[in-house]
Design a protein around this ligand. Structure first.
Ligand code: FES
Length: 227
């Protein structure tokens, strides 16, 4: 059973600019990750309560998001505030988008299905990590995590491995740190969000980006063989 208080990484911070939105998945469910104009991140169910349009296709307006289809607007608590076809209507409180708890740490946006999730349990990471990339891999979460626990990335020999949470591994070597956060998109698809310490030089960052591309192929090949 899924732990609803677990913090799940849903995007690299740098991938969601203020005033933008993007769709993603967690355990097969559609989520919208959006950032208001002041930079605050929000993670909601990606479905407009009117006719089900994805809110990730919508437009951020200040601290609200407007649906692409008929323009219904939702405030930062998910409450519908405006129905353009009926501008004077006092919108019923029942018209609301389910929202998730959100935290931002270590260059990642984290979400929890439970509003009671403890922010102190978000993995403790420095805020100045450099985003290498997000990889979308056709392989299950457990397989990706086991594989990443075994391999040592380039320029990090010998490295020490620490599990900061069930969804976040950290490797440290002299002077540098690599973080891999795992997002379970569906039972057989996983996103790997890869970050490195800001002090890593440009050559190390380039090596990691190349390594990550090869990593996706090796993971997908090994799970294609098993299937
Ligand atoms: S489907 Fe979103 S406003 Fe109609």
């Amino acid at each position: 059973m899924t732990d609803t208080t677990q913090w799940i990484p849903v995007a690299l911070s740098t991938s969601i600019e203020p005033g933008t939105s993007a769709g993603t998945k967690v355990h097969g469910d559609e989520y919208v990750v959006w950032r208001d104009d002041r930079g605050k991140p929000h993670v909601w169910e990606d479905r407009c309560p009117h006719r089900g349009m994805r809110l990730s296709f919508g437009f951020v307006r200040g601290d609200q998001i407007a649906c692409l289809y008929h323009g219904w607007r939702y405030d930062s608590a998910g409450q519908c505030r405006l129905i353009p076809a009926h501008p004077d209507l006092d919108v019923p409180k029942t018209i609301k988008v389910p929202t998730f708890a959100v935290a931002e740490a270590g260059g990642l946006i984290w979400a929890s299905q439970s509003q009671d999730a403890d922010p102190k349990t978000v993995p403790d990471l420095p805020d100045n990590l450099f985003s290498v990339r997000s990889l979308y891999v056709d392989a299950p979460l457990d397989g990706c995590r086991d594989h990443l626990a075994e391999v040592t990335p380039p320029d990090m020999e010998p490295a020490e491995l620490t599990a900061l949470s069930p969804l976040c591994l950290q490797r440290t070597a002299a002077g540098s740190m690599l973080v891999i956060a795992f997002q379970p998109l569906s039972p057989d698809r996983t996103a790997l969000h890869i970050l490195v310490s800001a002090s890593a030089d440009s050559q190390t960052r380039a090596h990691l980006a190349i390594w990550a591309t090869g990593l996706r192929f090796s993971l997908e090949n090994s799970f294609a063989r098993v299937a």
